[in-house]
Every structure is written in structure tokens, then in C-alpha cells.
Design a protein. Structure first.
Length: 122
């Protein structure tokens, strides 16, 4: 892995932002349609991935380069079984990670987690 700046506290500070987080949720709800495939680049906590899955995305690829954040996200997905089959945590650099092409079921570099629900658990 190339040298990357990472601070695992920053994504959690973003989630606590009481103006932006609800605005992102509403934007995702108005954009994502049932059956869509979504890529969340720099997924961090995965909150945007959870929003996309809740909005009806068929698959969400949560790409996160930081191994600590990716591991925490896999745990969050596992704690939320209602959408775990739709959120796939992919640990790696978004510029080089191997995501599936049309007709393929999952990324080769994916570490599948388990799920999520309308009430997110962290």
C-alpha cells in the first residue's frame, strides 16, 4: 500500500456533523433508486453506504484504504444484518482496487461483511 494520510477520528467527527450528515442522507435518498449499484469511495465509517443501502441500492461497494477503518466498517456491517448482503467492504486504494464489472457478482479484493438495518449500530 502506498503512503496515505489517515486519521481514524476524522470520519467519526464527520458523522457527528448535525448539518451535513442529514443533508447527505436526504441527497442519497433523492438520488439512489432501487437496484442501483453504488461505490462509496473513502467510506470511513460507512454511513453513506448505509444510507445508500437503505435507499434501495442493490449493491454498495464501500472502498476504504485505511485497514483500521475498513475493519471497523466490516464490524458495523456485520452488526446490521438487514442490508449486509448488499454492502461489501473493499479494503484498498480506490484508484487501483479491482471492482466487479457488469455481470460479475463481487470484487475479488472484497472482504464481505454481513449486514445492516434501518437502525444503524456502531
Amino acid at each position: 500500500m502506498s503512503e496515505v494520510w489517515s486519521n481514524t477520528e476524522f470520519p467519526y467527527m464527520c458523522v457527528k456533523d448535525e448539518r451535513r450528515t442529514p443533508a447527505f442522507r436526504e441527497a442519497i435518498r433523492s438520488t439512489v433508486r432501487p437496484g442501483d449499484v453504488v461505490i462509496d469511495v473513502g467510506a470511513g465509517t460507512g454511513i453513506l453506504s448505509f444510507f445508500a443501502a437503505s435507499a434501495g441500492a442493490a449493491k454498495v461497494y464501500a472502498v476504504e484504504i485505511d485497514p483500521v477503518s475498513a475493519a471497523a466498517l466490516r464490524r458495523s456491517v456485520a452488526l446490521n444484518p438487514a442490508v449486509g448482503d448488499r454492502i461489501h467492504v473493499v479494503e484498498g486504494d480506490a484508484a487501483t482496487v479491482d471492482l466487479p464489472r457488469r455481470g460479475s457478482s463481487s470484487p475479488r479484493s472484497s472482504r464481505p461483511g454481513s449486514s445492516m438495518s434501518s437502525r444503524f449500530r456502531y
